[in-house]
Structures are given as structure tokens and as C-alpha cells.
Write a protein that binds this ligand. Structure first.
Ligand code: NAD
Length: 350
């Protein structure tokens, strides 16, 4: 096993690209896998070529592989040839709507291709930490069963005991996940199984809203980045249901990387953690719009669509206590105000 060699899938995407620079700066050789499938899925706003160009310019030991993670032979070959000391699996089909119209692509990428990578790890690097970017959508719409109160600009949990948000005991069955959520559940459970059954050091990070300036935000995925771009480009932003008071918690991609490294340095078997910005980094759509409008000095043209997206969370705040208990050295380092600041000044290339 090559101690400081990593495989990062989805390396031109938001989390993958942050992971590449993060590791490169710390002396790792990174093999990134990305075939710009995001463009194919979400259209030209999802094109990640700019991000790949940026990575090539900013890194010293990064090697890009324009491969599809569904290509089992190629994935096994990469593991055999490079024997990574760390695997960070970020490639995914990210959208609920696309999953519904292209269910085979969705399942083959999110679920089946995850198995390709797990097998590569089991066959060639069974001791290396295997990090999977899962999602809070594995809980489906079960969080919507919690009693809520309507405040002026947001929904919130009625029960004070829910102040910290949703923890890992939220059920994942008997809930509507969307086709996307279901394919991620399949991968999440398989990643856990490779941890339990084969004793690989695996973790599923069930993400809230992951964000940052390197997101190729699109209407179908990438809430804050897309919103910031709509303000910059003076395009119309559609708000889907819940009066715009739906709540998301936001974590900067850099803080995702520090969580990944905390786990990589002290891995466990079959770990599962919710990972998000928590209450301090939570906002509703209405709150995000007004914060970004204020920072940019521009008004956003919004259109309200009465119909909420199917299965969309009304109020989702990540309870970070399990991760914090196991990795007390980890902390959120980028506040929501800083996230807004970065997004309000996106360069024209994004
Ligand atoms: N961004 C969020 O808000 C969020 C929230 C929860 C969970 N997640 C999860 O985190 C992970 C990373 O998300 P992200 O925001 O960086 O996504 P992203 O869409 O920005 O990046 C994913 C990358 O994977 C690539 N990709 C897709 N299919 C591929 C394939 N078949 N072969 C090779 N490359 C492929 C895409 O081109 C893209 O660059 C995903 O697994 C996602 O489900 C994201």
C-alpha cells in the first residue's frame, strides 16, 4: 500500500476537488477520477471543466483519470496499480429529478459503481480508510414527520429536545427517499457491510448541504452556489414550496475535508456519521436570499412554485454530536457568514 497515495472519485466536483487540493497541500499523490458526468446530468451549469483546469494549475502531484466509475475493470486496475492508502468516494448522480427520469444511470453510478470501488479496496487495500459521501436523503422524508413550528422566516422543530437536530438514529426504512435517495441508501448500506463483514475501515458521512465556491451549482443540485449565481447573473430563482421557509444546514467543503482526515487518521469499522453545518450554519431559503442580496447589493428575481419537491425536507439540521464525540479535535471552521461572503463574490468563470 502506498501510504500517501489517495484515490478521489468525483474529483472535479465540489467535495472531490476540495479533497484533491487539501491532500496535495499535505504531500499526498492523488489519483482523481471524473468524467464530467455532472454536465451530462444537470446541463451546462454543471460543467466541471473549469474546476479540473484549476486543479491542474494549483496542484503538484495530482493525476486526473477521465474514467467512468461504472467501468469495473478500470476501477480494479487503478486499485491494483496504485494501492491507495486512502479512498474518498465523492462521485455521484446528485439529483432527485434526474434519478426519476434516468433510474438505471442513477443506480448504476450511485450504488453499483460504489461496489466496484469497495471491491477494489477489498482486493487491494483492505486496510486503507474508505470514505463514502452519503447523504441525509437516506432518511427519506422521515424528518418531515417531526412536529414543526412556523417562525417568521423559517420552520423549526417544535420539540426543544430536537435543538441539535437529526441524529443517526433517524430510521431509513418506511420512508420516501426518492429514487436518488434509495440508490444512495443501497450504497450506504453496502459501505457499512464491507466494514462489518469484511472489516474494512469504512465510513458513511451522511451530508447535509455541502457547499463552497467550487460548486458547479445548478437548479437541480447545489442550493447556495446556484442561488449566489442567480443573483450575480440576474436570472430568475424558483422557490419550491414550504413558503421558502425550508431549512438546510450548510457545511463548507473545507470542513468536510477536515472531517475526512480526522477519520482517516483514526479510522473505525463501518462508521456512520451525520455531517453538516449544524444549527449555527442553518438557514432557510428566504434567509439565504436576503443575506446574499444584502452582500451583493442586488435584488434576486424569484418565482414561487406552489408544489414542493417530492420528499424534500422541510427542516433539516444535522446533529453533529456523534462525530464530535468520536473526533473531538474536529470543529467547524467556516461560518455561514463566511460561506455567504465567498459565494457572493464568485468569479465569472464559475
Ligand atoms: N453537495 C451537496 O449538497 C451534498 C449533500 C449531501 C451529500 N452529497 C454527496 O456528496 C458527494 C459529493 O457531492 P458534490 O456536491 O461534490 O457533487 P458534484 O456533483 O459536485 O461532484 C460529483 C462529481 O462526480 C462526477 N461523476 C458523476 N458520475 C460519475 C461517473 N459515473 N464516473 C466518474 N465521475 C462521475 C461528476 O462529474 C462530478 O464532478 C456525492 O456523493 C453527493 O451525493 C452532496
Amino acid at each position: 500500500m502506498a501510504a500517501k497515495t489517495a484515490i478521489v472519485t468525483g474529483s472535479s466536483g465540489l467535495i472531490g476537488s476540495e479533497m484533491v487540493t487539501f491532500l496535495d497541500e499535505r504531500g499526498w499523490s492523488v489519483h482523481g477520477i471524473d468524467n464530467n458526468m455532472r454536465r451530462n446530468f444537470v446541463g451546462e451549469h454543471g460543467d466541471t471543466t473549469w474546476n479540473l483546469v484549476r486543479l491542474r494549475g494549483e496542484t503538484t502531484r495530482f493525476e486526473h483519470h477521465d474514467l467512468d466509475i461504472r467501468d469495473r475493470d478500470e476501477m480494479l486496475r487503478l486499485f491494483r496499480e496504485h494501492r491507495p492508502g486512502l479512498v474518498v468516494h465523492c462521485a455521484a448522480q446528485p439529483s432527485h429529478d434526474i434519478a426519476a427520469s434516468r433510474p438505471f444511470d442513477d443506480f448504476e453510478i450511485n450504488a453499483l459503481a460504489t461496489l466496484n470501488l469497495l471491491e477494489g479496496a477489498r482486493q487491494w487495500t483492505p486496510d486503507s480508510p474508505f470514505i463514502f459521501l452519503s447523504t441525509n436523503k437516506v432518511y427519506g422524508d422521515a424528518p418531515n414527520e417531526l412536529e414543526l413550528v412556523e417562525l417568521e422566516t423559517r420552520w423549526d422543530y417544535a420539540d426543544p429536545a430536537m435543538w441539535e437536530g437529526i441524529d443517526e438514529s433517524m430510521r431509513i426504512d418506511a420512508t420516501m427517499h426518492s429514487v436518488f435517495g434509495a440508490s444512495k441508501v443501497a450504497a450506504d448500506v453496502m459501505v457499512q457491510e464491507y466494514g462489518r463483514y469484511f472489516e474494512l475501515p469504512t465510513v458513511c458521512f451522511r451530508g447535509g448541504c455541502l457547499t463552497g465556491p467550487h460548486h458547479s451549482g445548478a437548479e437541480l443540485h447545489g442550493f447556495l452556489a446556484y442561488l449566489a449565481r442567480a443573483i450575480r447573473d440576474e436570472s430568475t430563482y424558483r422557490v419550491f414550496g414550504y413558503k421558502g421557509k425550508q431549512v438546510r444546514d450548510n457545511i463548507h467543503s473545507f470542513d468536510v475535508c477536515t472531517a475526512v482526515m480526522a477519520f482517516a487518521e483514526r479510522p473505525r469499522l463501518a462508521a456512520v456519521y451525520n455531517l453538516g453545518g449544524g444549527r449555527v450554519n442553518s438557514c432557510s431559503v428566504l434567509e439565504a436570499i436576503s443575506a446574499l442580496e444584502e452582500l451583493s447589493g442586488r435584488r434576486l428575481d424569484t418565482q414561487y412554485v406552489d408544489q414542493a419537491r417530492r420528499g424534500d425536507h422541510i427542516c433539516y439540521i444535522t446533529d453533529l454530536r456523534r462525530f464530535r464525540a468520536d473526533y473531538p479535535e474536529w470543529e467547524l471552521s467556516i461560518s455561514l457568514a463566511e460561506i455567504y461572503e465567498q459565494l457572493a463574490h464568485l468569479p465569472e468563470t464559475v
